[in-house]
Write a protein that binds this ligand. Structure first.
Ligand code: HEM
Length: 244
């Protein structure tokens, strides 16, 4: 579903929105419907039989004494499918690429397990799985010399901020000992900052501890497929040689 949604914007642009056929539209709608149906099914199951997990928390939360409306449950499901799934997958694959391209950093990491936490921050800075988000200015302001009027739409390019040389010297260098790596903006900023950032960091840490222990010579072969998206850095496939 995620892959489908990621590609649909691009396909619509290629075809020209007016040229999308009714069949393509139907196919799109039926995929979306299936995705939401599955979410409703899972959330209903968690309402009936709560587990110790995130979906149960969402399914059973009460705000002002009322459970979430179907609209909010659908929205939360879409968030989890997209926010927690695509991003972690892309940070895992993107990190494989970095460890291959910067073999000295891989050797450094393997020689010192204490570097793992900072390796995670630096990898997520470099990969920047989400390229941007947009906000609407609630008041007139100025940013970097650019006047912004109330109501203006402002696009925040996290990927660009993460390569800002004023903040990260020599920004294209993957440096797992970079002192301020943790200050990257890959998880956004402010009230909507990523809810899952600790899970995301933990996943990358745990995955690479295990991958490198089992396959110390693992390498990216150079082959990859990138989804044509300007919103997320989506790596649809990435080939590795396990080195075994
Ligand atoms: C490397 C992995 C991840 C990256 C780079 C990432 C990035 C982001 C970004 C950029 C935002 C928007 C922040 C903003 O608008 O200011 C966001 C929001 C969010 N993320 Fe993540 N995310 C990751 C993993 C996860 C995981 C694992 C989960 C869930 C388990 C998750 C759940 C969410 C949710 C629910 C929001 C919406 C928060 C809100 O609007 O209040 N994310 N994430």
């Amino acid at each position: 579903w995620m892959h489908f949604l990621e590609n649909s914007q691009y396909q619509a642009q290629q075809e020209g929105l007016g040229n999308v056929t009714p069949e393509q539209m139907m196919a799109f709608m039926s995929e979306i419907q299936a995705m939401f149906d599955y979410g409703r099914h899972m959330l209903a199951k968690r309402r009936e039989n709560p587990q110790n997990d995130l979906l149960s928390a969402i399914a059973n939360v009460e705000i002002d004494g009322k459970p979430l409306s179907p609209e909010f449950l659908d929205g939360s499901w879409l968030l989890i499918v997209f926010a927690g799934n695509d991003t972690t997958r892309n940070s895992l694959s993107g990190t494989m690429r970095l460890l291959t391209e910067f073999a000295d950093q891989k050797a450094k990491l393997m020689a010192n397990e204490e570097l793992f936490p900072n390796f995670v921050h630096e990898s997520i800075r470099m990969v920047s799985p989400v390229t941007y988000m947009r906000r609407t200015a609630t008041t007139e302001t100025e940013l970097g010399g650019q006047p912004i009027a109330e109501g203006d739409k402002v696009v925040m390019y996290y990927a660009a901020a993460n390569r800002d040389p004023a903040k990260f010297p020599n920004p294209n260098q993957y440096d797992i000992t970079r002192e301020n790596a943790k200050e990257h903006l890959s998880f956004g900023h402010g009230p909507h900052v990523c809810l899952g950032q600790r899970v995301a960091n933990m996943q990358l840490d745990s995955a690479y501890r295990n991958i490198l222990r089992r396959f110390p010579d693992i390498k990216w072969t150079g082959e990859q497929t990138l989804a044509p998206s300007n919103f997320v850095h989506a790596i649809s496939s990435l080939m590795v040689d396990l080195g075994t």
